[in-house]
Design a protein around this ligand. Structure first.
Ligand SMILES: Nc1ncnc2c1ncn2[C@@H]1O[C@H](COP(=O)(O)OP(=O)(O)OP(=O)(O)O)[C@@H](O)[C@H]1O
Length: 285
């Protein structure tokens, strides 16, 4: 571990030391605070989170059995779905009424799985459509075309830097669909970084990644914290949660049932019951 990474870990651990292992526990410096967030699909309440605070500069894992509501909660926070009720603030600004692009522009950026359409574009094209071009598009028809070109050049330079960093530079002209599972995850992360997030949200970053690339992905995520970014990720791989999470929030049946350090969470009977209950239910169907 480099000295910088150690410093990042120490700062995150210090900020979380003494935070009680309880759902909704207040944090020293929360970048995201959400209250009373509920989303029902007909009679099914997918998300019903009373209160959650996410510590700035730390890596927080959001875990829970299948169907717990994790992805729906991510969708709500990032403006891709609307809650039945609830409110939240991101980095001091009310964010629950924002559209998805406004959320991203405010600094809360999520990764997206490569869809079929994106697979048919090159790696570099994927990076460039990840860039925020709103200003450029407005300027295109105006006499300020040179500004648009400058912005395009800056985006391209940033894309190439990020591809270099994620060891994808030699794949820049390959179709994204040709990448391995792990390389796709790297591209998803690199694309999110085009928007210079304050908080990056990763949905199952380790799914479909071979063991060789897993370690490299973990290191990249730790580097983000070292750069001062906040990381919130959904993951089923508990080894990964143990290895990199400073804090873990657990959802079950839409609710936040507990929070704590990875060690506290693994020993928590409520968590064990939630997973066993979900498996038991699944076994009955
Ligand atoms: N658009 C939708 N319409 C109806 N029901 C939905 C919709 N989206 C999610 N749900 C339901 O809401 C519940 C929560 O789903 P969600 O995908 O958020 O859980 P999850 O914790 O992310 O699960 P997993 O770990 O399996 O991805 C599930 O019962 C799911 O079937």
């Amino acid at each position: 571990m480099s000295d910088d990474v150690k410093a990042g870990v120490a700062a995150a651990k210090a900020a979380l030391a003494g935070v009680p292992a309880e759902p909704g526990a207040p944090k020293q410096d929360a970048i995201l605070t959400a209250t009373g967030v509920r989303r029902a699909f007909g009679g099914l309440v997918a998300v019903d989170v009373a209160h959650i605070e996410v510590q700035r500069g730390a890596i927080t894992a959001l875990i829970g059995p299948n169907g717990a509501g994790k992805t729906t909660f991510f969708n709500l926070l990032t403006g891709f779905d609307r809650p039945s009720r609830g409110s939240w603030e991101f980095d001091g600004r009310r964010a629950d009424r924002m559209r998805s692009y406004q959320v991203a522009r405010s600094g809360m950026v999520r990764t997206f799985q490569l869809t079929k359409a994106l697979s048919r574009m090159t790696v570099l094209e994927n990076m460039l459509i990840g860039a925020d071009r709103q200003r450029g598009e407005r300027l295109w028809a105006a006499p300020f075309r040179w500004l648009w070109l400058k912005e395009e050049a800056q985006n391209a330079a940033r894309a190439l830097d990020l591809l270099e960093r994620f060891k994808l530079a030699d794949k820049r002209d390959h179709y994204a669909g040709e990448l391995s599972g792990g390389q796709r995850k790297l591209l998803e992360m690199a694309r999110a970084l085009m928007l210079k997030p304050k908080m990056i949200m990763l949905d199952e970053p380790m799914a479909g990644v071979n063991p060789a690339l897993k370690q490299s992905l973990l290191e990249h995520i730790k580097d983000l914290r070292e750069e001062g970014m906040t990381v919130l990720f959904v993951e089923h791989d508990m080894d990964m949660v143990h290895e990199i999470a400073d804090w873990v929030a657990v959802m079950a049946a839409g609710q936040l049932i507990t929070e704590g350090t990875p060690d506290q969470i693994s020993a928590d009977q409520r968590v064990i019951d939630a997973y066993l209950g979900a498996h038991h239910d699944a076994a009955q169907h």
